[in-house]
Ligand binder design. Structure first.
Ligand code: SAM
Ligand code: DTB
Ligand code: SF4
Length: 331
């Protein structure tokens, strides 16, 4: 036997195990006839969830504007002139007041967002107090504070944080077109730390930023191939804010947004798929299609971070009309 033959019979070495969801398989889902895609999404949804129940999270910006990152979509980046006023971190009492009000309106999760690349030296102490206080109200807690190191992750876990939101936002190969001040791996590293610390992961992305279909499928594949995939997956429709580099993006066809929800549902069957930013610009009919496609969580309350969201009353009316009701996850 010569060396040539030995080489030939040696098993092929792979760098990584085969992915559960190759990008081309996800892209094939996107390309299904609309009715077939919706049917598959509904089958998966009903296998794992009450299809009439929706989880309600309320957002609060605990530190607004002046962020040192250059995310092309974000009104809070210091690189863009959007008219968003920079504000220092809110006091713990103000946060608790807002959380109580959200709870009174029927929200069961409260998400605290900060316009940081990462929390600074003195920031964690106050955030830990906020998490403890909101949890003390009997609400689930979520925070989104940018990148975390091991120590910060541990502080949040000890405080009792239920979810950490950290979006990967788009496909790896499109990321550099949108953000230059960090790379994709930074996001994945923080998500790993959150997962290892034992908190629930909330991670999703934005559609409508000019990505092509392969890149949109690439975003979903990245999320779906995480082991395990996130418990919560926010799908945001780009909110076009004047002064951001993406303000002039053409509108996404609403049916392509609905398709993204359906594909997320099929590839991540047990995740909460959240119909996130962009609802204020959506008709009731499109939102309804998103629920039919498997969305089962929304941001609830008239404000996202710096942009608007439908009034709570309008959302209650829509849910009533659809025979849907709020539902809290049990952990
Ligand atoms: N600074 C932290 C970070 O980037 O992780 C937390 C706050 S940041 C505003 C949270 C997420 O909001 C981003 O990852 C992005 O997905 C979303 N977001 C920001 N601006 C948006 C916009 N104009 N339209 C849709 N989603 C947006
Ligand atoms: C997520 O995926 N979307 C929310 C939340 N997680 C933090 C934020 C949306 C922000 C929309 C733009 C703004 O209001 O500033
Ligand atoms: Fe900063 Fe987050 Fe906005 Fe990026 S998305 S500019 S990190 S607040």
């Amino acid at each position: 036997m010569n060396t040539q033959t030995i080489e030939f019979i040696r098993p092929v070495k792979r760098d990584t195990a085969p992915k559960r969801w190759p990008v081309e398989d996800v892209e094939a889902l996107f390309s299904l006839p609309f009715a077939d895609l919706m049917f598959r999404a509904q089958q998966v949804h009903r296998e794992h969830f009450d299809a009439n129940a929706v989880q309600l999270s309320t957002l609060l910006s605990i530190k607004t504007g002046g962020c040192s990152e250059d995310c092309g979509y974000c009104p809070q980046s210091a690189f863009h002139d959007t008219g968003v006023e920079n504000r220092k971190m809110l006091e713990v009492e103000e946060v608790v007041r807002a959380a109580k009000a959200a709870q009174d309106q029927g929200a069961n999760r409260f998400c605290m967002g900060a316009a940081w690349r990462e929390p600074g030296e003195g920031d964690m102490e106050a955030v830990v107090e906020m998490v403890k206080a909101v949890r003390g109200l009997g609400m689930e807690t979520c925070a989104t504070l940018g990148m975390l190191n091991d120590q910060q992750t541990e502080q949040l876990r000890v405080a009792g944080l239920d979810y950490y939101n950290h979006n990967i936002d788009t496909a790896p190969e499109f990321y550099g077109d949108i953000i230059s001040t960090r790379d994709y791996q930074d996001r994945l590293d923080t998500l790993d730390r959150v997962r290892k610390a034992g908190m629930h992961v909330c991670s999703g992305g934005i559609v409508g930023m000019g990505e092509n279909l392969t890149q949109r499928a690439g975003l979903v594949a990245q999320l779906a191939n995480m082991e395990p995939y996130p418990e919560s997956v926010p799908i945001n429709n780009l909110v076009k804010v004047e002064g951001t580099p993406l303000a002039g993006q053409p509108d996404l066809d609403p049916l392509d947004f609905v398709r993204t929800i359906a594909v997320a549902r099929i590839t991540m069957p047990t995740a909460r798929v959240r119909l996130s930013a962009g609802r204020q610009q959506m008709s009731d009919a499109v939102q309804t299609l998103c629920f039919l496609a498997g969305a089962n969580s929304i941001f609830y309350g008239e404000q996202l971070l710096t942009t608007g969201n439908p009034e709570a009353e309008r959302d209650r009316a829509l849910l009533d009309k659809l025979g849907m009701y709020p539902f809290a996850d049990k952990h």
